[in-house]
Design a protein. Sequence first.
Length: 246
Amino acid sequence: MTVLAVCLAGCGNNSGGVPVSATPQFVEPSVTSEAAAPTPSSVVPSQPAATSPSASASATPSATPSSTGSATITASKKVKYVFPVKASNVDWHTTHSKYKATDIFADCGESVVATTSGVVLEISLKDVYVKGSPDGPNNGGLSVSLLGDDGVRYYGSHLSKVQSGIKKGVRVTAGQLLGKVGHTGNANGVCHLHFGISPPCAKVGDWKVRRGVVWPYSYLASWRKGGSKSPVAEVAAWKRSHNCKA
């Protein structure tokens, strides 16, 4: 418990990672006709037809894209969700310091997998965090963010490695290996995955949003048990009320 307490204090500054370049490699989440045009390497995820919400998965569709967020968060006919760390021994918390996210504690080297099917938006391949530096996009160390087919962005950081072949614009399926648990960035030396849920705002380096804007705990609890509780409605509501400003 002492280790977890130390990590929570240190991980309060967790945020997005950066790649080899100065800012994260970012793919515009262009999934509707109203969205901005994608970069040449973009792969546009297919969008399932919207249906009425169900108790197990679907949620109410959100508002259409705005000037700060280009992807529409949509209800899904059936979306598969997977717990993001593939390991038998894991722990995570209901809360997080400073903002809404979750730290999932597992041994370094355990597999980090895609929460749902979608397209990779951003990756950080180099840890350039300097201890004691102000909050910023370097805090996450090695990281991957994914735009799910449900229109929600899922972000995992502090990885020890990003899996070969995982790069911006690549399509992945639920449960596919993205990387390994580590403690890069501002992880306070404790092996864990920082996990954040947010709308795919189209601003490059929007790390304050990317690091997490809704509490993931109840969704993680569902997915861990093989459930399919969807964050679509909650994320859409946050986007409408905040206009992608964290």
